[in-house]
Design a protein around this ligand. Structure first.
Ligand code: NOJ
Length: 561
């Protein structure tokens, strides 16, 4: 049943809240998405990953699901979804659903049952433990910390018991030790697969297995208390194999796992083809090159060598073993062109295209986040009140509670906020950036929409979208760009990133200048007879010897066998 369609796929991610609001109620919707499918297809995408469309009370904007088999009303109905699926397929676009099953919403009927009746079988669907009495205090069962700050345990009413939530309080962790929970997940996957969806993106999949019995984390050095007991847990590989046996392998289904800080060894095992666990996982290590230890709100000077290590590490590790993915943006990160010490004021087009060429010509499936293909920058938020993401608020409140002045705390939040990616997509310079017909959007508008929008980009001489079109056309068809081995050049350079891809004698050379100053670069001798396939200044001559790469200049050269 299973084919390799995903190996030369190009995935476009849609965050449904913010893509297009056809019924003008302030929320993006399925009708709006359908109206933009030609735009997505014409870009060169071959699949769409939809961030959750399911019923949700939106405490974490869709990542807290209260019914895994229902479409949330604000997006439309199941009939609308069926039409969306059909319209995607008609255009040759595969559909990848988000699957958030490490936790469910506390509004899910399972959870409601679990906490109201202590004898309910649903109690064992969650991780519920008695608190620890210390004098007249009732402490949480362990000292684990939520990925979203604060204790990972919430007391159940006035009882002595707590439930585990590794994210928001309203996202209760499911107990994967319980075979009934795993069967529920299998049934949910089969439900969507039978409808005809083509794949899943598993949210924080590698947190599903915990180390039992649960215990305090007493390690002195840890990035997060408890992580050693809930990241890459002992049954993780077994659980993934089970999902394959009982659901995924019966369909031509592609999977990508979003993992939370996996160890390099586990990361490799998850995607090793022979293991039959996942086809790919995301790699975000390079996105930590401008922040401190992956703490998104803490800026540090951009480190290109770290970016390269992060980006190429999995490409090298997985080559010949399993497949790979390539990511610059998603709904959890600020806009890439506003990062990495880039001068967007003068070189937004050059930098956006350079980042894309250097990242997506690597080994793996490009994942493009809506708006990235027109070089959308960060939005200029003026106050925390304009931000909707709970994480921005949690961290802001935490910083302030430690005495940090609000303005300073907000400057940290502005640097790393997920809200930058979640503002409505900028379609044109008109009312609400073309997101809808004028109703106030759920999230403040993209402040730059008059200057940066799809209509304007497409009409511009220097169009990021059109560059992406050319890049993706090469990426999907050139055998070296798809399956070629990767060799890095000049790894230690702090301005230049360069690598080759080689497949059956055809070689590509990908090179780019990450700085706003011209840099002299000596091309490898074998590029002497190369043809330029792509460049962002439109005049790269595949010259022999030393070339001067202009600010953010990038080129892809090819030498045929
Ligand atoms: C990862 C998702 O990408 C993020 O948006 C969400 O907040 C967490 N998982 C929790 O589901």
């Amino acid at each position: 049943m299973k084919t390799d369609w995903y190996k030369n796929a190009v995935v476009y991610q849609i965050y449904p809240f913010s893509f297009c609001d056809a019924n003008n109620d302030g929320w993006g919707d399925i009708e709006g998405i359908i109206s933009k499918l030609d735009y997505v297809r014409d870009l060169g995408a071959t699949a769409i990953w939809f961030s959750p469309l399911y019923k949700s009370p939106d405490k974490d904007y869709g990542y807290d699901i209260s019914d895994y088999r229902a479409i949330d009303e604000k997006f439309g109905s199941m009939a609308d979804f069926d039409r969306l699926l059909d319209e995607c397929h008609k255009r040759g676009l595969k559909v990848i659903m988000d699957m958030v099953v490490n936790h469910s919403s506390t509004e899910h009927p399972w959870f409601k049952e679990a906490i109201t009746s202590p004898d309910s079988p649903y109690r064992d669907y969650y991780i519920i433990r008695p608190g620890v009495r210390e004098g007249d205090k009732l402490l949480p069962p362990t000292n684990w910390v939520s990925c979203f700050t604060g204790t990972a345990w919430e007391r159940i009413g006035e009882t002595d018991e707590f439930y585990l939530h590794l994210f928001c309080t309203e996202q209760a962790d499911l107990n994967w030790e319980n075979p009934k929970v795993r069967q529920e997940v299998v049934d949910i996957l089969n439900f969507w697969l039978e409808k005809g969806v083509d794949g899943f993106r598993f949210d924080v999949f590698n947190l599903a297995s915990k180390v039992y019995p649960l215990r305090d984390d007493t390690a002195k050095k840890t990035f997060q208390k408890g992580a050693q007991y809930f990241v890459d847990g002992p049954r993780m590989h077994e659980f993934l194999k089970e999902l394959n046996e009982k659901a995924l392998s019966h369909f031509d289904c592609y999977t990508v796992g979003e993992s939370y800080r996996p160890s390099p060894e586990n990361a490799r095992e998850y995607v090793k083809a022979e293991n039959k666990e996942l086809d790919t996982i995301f790699n975000f290590a390079h996105l930590e090159s401008d922040n401190i230890n992956g703490l998104k709100f803490f800026r540090k000077p951009f480190d290109l060598v770290q970016f390269k290590d992060g980006l190429f590490g999995p490409q090298k590790a997985n080559f010949g073993e399993g497949w790979n993915t390539l990511v610059l943006e998603n709904h959890d990160n600020p806009r890439s062109v506003s990062r990495f010490s880039i001068d967007t004021k003068h070189y937004r087009y050059e930098a956006a295209t350079m980042l894309a060429a250097l990242t997506f010509m690597g080994f793996g499936i490009p994942f493009i986040y809506m708006g990235e293909e027109i070089g959308m920058t960060n939005s200029h938020f003026d106050s925390i009140d304009e931000m909707k993401d709970p994480v921005s608020h949690f961290v802001f409140d935490l910083m302030h509670s430690y005495g940090m002045p609000k303005r300073l705390a907000f400057s940290f939040i502005k640097f790393g906020a997920r809200d930058h990616a979640r503002v409505p997509m900028a379609w044109n310079g008109g009312t609400n950036g073309g997101f809808n017909a004028g109703h106030e959007p759920w999230q403040s508008l993209y402040t730059e929409y008059e200057k940066i929008n799809a209509e304007k980009d497409l009409a511009a001489e220097k169009s990021v979208y059109r560059f992406y079109q050319k890049l993706l056309a090469i990426k999907k068809t050139n055998p070296a760009a798809i399956g070629g081995s990767v060799e890095e050049y000049d790894h230690d350079s702090k301005q230049i990133m360069a690598y080759s891809r080689e497949y059956e004698g055809t070689r590509l050379f990908v090179v780019g200048n990450f700085s706003k100053r011209p840099v002299q670069y000596r091309l490898p001798g074998w590029t002497k007879y190369a043809e330029t396939l792509l460049d962002n200044y439109g005049e790269f001559s595949a010259a022999v010897g030393t070339v001067t790469l202009r600010p953010y200049e990038a080129a892809v050269l090819e030498v045929k066998a």
